[in-house]
Design a protein around this ligand. Structure first.
Ligand code: GLN
Length: 540
């Protein structure tokens, strides 16, 4: 069993998660069984209670863990399925240490960061890697952060326990370009490496995030000061076109070869070469697509880069499936009104993603209405599905005050309502309907056509549900039920009749989409957008 630890220095947002994920992809290409794991030094037990402003998207795994968005990158770049064991925060570590202390597991001793907290961390590493050849663990935050110290200490001990040949440290650091000096500076990378060495960790590989190419001289300098071989100084430039170029770029810098060397793993150059073509093909499809569509995403966190990460990625994958480039137009739902709704007319499709709270709801309802009335493909996800139900109830059934009890607990027409079991909940953390649930698809529906299957399972993260009391009326009015949960009889998918593609899903399909395996609903949505474009240009 081999372990790789990825740390970051100088600043955050270095793309450490993507680097780790791309490394995972490269090792998989050599036929190794890889799993990825994230350590987050914050004290929240999980990111489920943090706002997208704090944290970006909350990614949900099959087993219902609310995790860091880096796990989304891991699942998109590698084939390994992740679970709650692969997302560990300080909060989770301390929660477990304190529970053991109360239970009396440590009876008689003083409970301390070393060894009790560090042992707990080391146990999580071992557990996270069960059943694979290589575990890649990314440590969140930046070296030098106080919160990160117990983790780094545990990683140091871990290498001592497992032996140098079994543990490889990859350090990502910024090599900034200073315009006034007209050159790249290696000092920050040197200092953050020094910080690691102070703790007793000597990185084996240095990944340098930089805007400009590293010269041989600079590589030599960093090799000398950071104590890594020149060949292990890896340049990582911004990928010009798509994040899916990253495995190719890092392969050309031989990042995986360095890891193989450091861990004494078997080299499989032929397999690697053949399998790299897979990524080349993905990138080619992204760069030179046959079609182009414009998709509007109507959300309230539109200005944030990371709030709808998996949605944006899954839309891109839907494009890959259709040989189609997708331009994503981010639309702030708070700015959208019935008056300026015509601004959607250039779009080929509109998507309303998940969300919480009543801010921006009216704009989303207006978008859903416009899409429905104008034959514009509509894809509603989680909240976006609830919006479709509210819109339909209001404007087709004529229930003017129809809404979700999330937005108005007193409404006379709660077409979306909180589930009975959710009413008892006092603690907000990890208490939603979370993780994978089964869904049976209705024959002849767009959803069934997309999946090509009758029974599917998808991941959930919500508290409110379609209210079955309105089911007969909504169905009679044309909002068909295309998917239901077979045991709970909850409505999971709705579709508007007499519309080319108007689909709302209560679950989050975006979490299961990969560039190598685009999600069927996203593929079908983009296909519908291409067809709509075709109809429109034919009409012109
Ligand atoms: N706020 C809604 C609910 O809790 C939708 C959640 C979501 O979109 N993820 O049901």
């Amino acid at each position: 069993m081999k372990y790789i630890f990825v740390t970051g220095g100088v600043v955050s947002s270095l793309g450490k998660g993507l680097t780790a994920a791309a490394l995972g992809a490269l090792l998989e290409l050599r036929g190794l069984k890889v799993r990825m794991q994230k350590f987050d030094p914050y004290l929240n037990v999980d990111p489920g209670t943090m706002s997208p402003f704090q944290h970006g998207e909350v990614y949900v795994t099959d087993d219902g863990a609310e995790t860091d968005l880096d796990l989304g990158h891991y699942e998109r770049f590698t084939s390994g399925k992740l679970s709650r064991a692969n997302s560990v925060s300080s909060g989770k570590i301390y929660e477990s240490v304190l529970a053991k202390e109360r239970r009396g597991d440590y009876l008689g001793v003083t409970v301390q960061v070393i060894p009790h907290v560090t042992n707990e961390i080391k146990e999580r590493i071992v557990k996270g890697g069960e059943g694979v050849d290589v575990l890649i663990t990314e440590l969140g935050g930046t070296t030098g952060d106080i919160e990160g110290l117990p983790f780094l200490e545990a990683l140091r001990q871990f290498q001592l326990d497992q032996g140098r040949d079994n543990v490889c440290f990859v350090h990502c650091a910024l090599v900034p370009y200073i315009r006034a000096a007209g050159e790249l500076k290696t000092k920050p990378a040197q200092q953050s490496t020094a910080k690691l060495r102070e703790i007793g960790i000597q990185p084996d590989i240095l990944v340098c995030r930089t805007e400009r190419p590293l010269t041989l001289e600079m590589r030599q300098k960093m090799s000398l000061y950071c104590n890594v071989p020149v060949s292990a100084v890896v340049e990582c430039r911004d990928v010009p076109f798509s994040i899916y170029e990253l495995p190719l770029m890092l392969a050309s810098e031989h990042l995986d070869n360095e890891v193989i060397k450091s861990l004494h793993l078997e080299n499989h150059p032929h397999i690697r070469h053949r399998n790299l073509l897979q990524w080349k093909d993905i990138v080619r499809k992204l760069k030179y697509p046959a079609h182009h569509v414009k998709i509007g995403v109507v959300g309230k966190y539109i200005e944030l880069q990371d709030a709808y990460k998996s949605i944006y990625e899954a839309i891109t994958h839907g494009g890959i499936a259709n040989d189609c480039g997708v331009e994503i137009k981010r639309i702030d739902s708070e700015e959208l009104t019935e008056q300026n709704i015509e601004s959607l007319k250039d779009l080929d499709g509109v998507l309303v993603p998940g969300g919480f709270g009543d801010r921006g709801i009216d704009g989303k309802i207006a978008a859903a209405r416009y899409a429905r009335e104008n034959g514009l493909p509509y894809f509603g996800i989680c909240l976006g599905m609830q919006i479709a139900v509210i819109e339909y109830a209001r404007h087709v059934l004529g229930l003017e005050d129809a809404t979700s009890t999330e937005f108005n607990p007193e409404t006379k027409n709660p077409v979306v309502d909180i589930m009975e079991e959710q009413k008892q909940i006092v603690n907000k953390g990890a208490s939603m309907r979370l993780g994978t649930y089964d869904c049976s698809l209705a024959a002849g529906s767009n959803a069934q056509a997309a999946y090509g299957e009758e029974n599917i399972s998808e991941r959930h993260r919500h508290r409110y549900e379609y209210n079955n009391k309105y089911r007969d009326a909504l169905v009679a009015a044309g909002l068909k039920v295309a998917g239901t949960n077979p045991t709970l009889d909850l409505v999971e998918i709705v579709e508007a009749e007499n519309h080319p593609w108007y689909v709302g899903v209560q679950f989050h399909p975006e979490f299961k989409s990969k560039p190598s395996a685009p999600h069927p609903l996203f593929a079908a949505f983009i296909k519908a957008a291409i067809e709509r474009q075709g109809r429109r240009s034919a009409a012109k």
